[in-house]
Design a protein. Sequence first.
Length: 89
Amino acid sequence: MLDPDADQRGLHELADETAVLQAKLNLRIGWATIIDRPVPAELYDANAKLVEVARELREVARQALEDEVFQQGVHQAELAARKTAVNER
């Protein structure tokens, strides 16, 4: 059985790990710049991509949470409607 909370945590953890990797890469790019070493364009591209991936992972996690909350609301409304129908009989 799927655990939405575990999925949420997993997505957030992955986003956090991606952000840490991006920060480390950014730091190394900064050090290279300080000591006047050339930095390949691919490192800048990878750095930007890591920022984008972390943002996308957080967005997916947020949307999944919204979907879960919506589904819980639908379920509660269905239960309330059934309860009302039973009480009206």
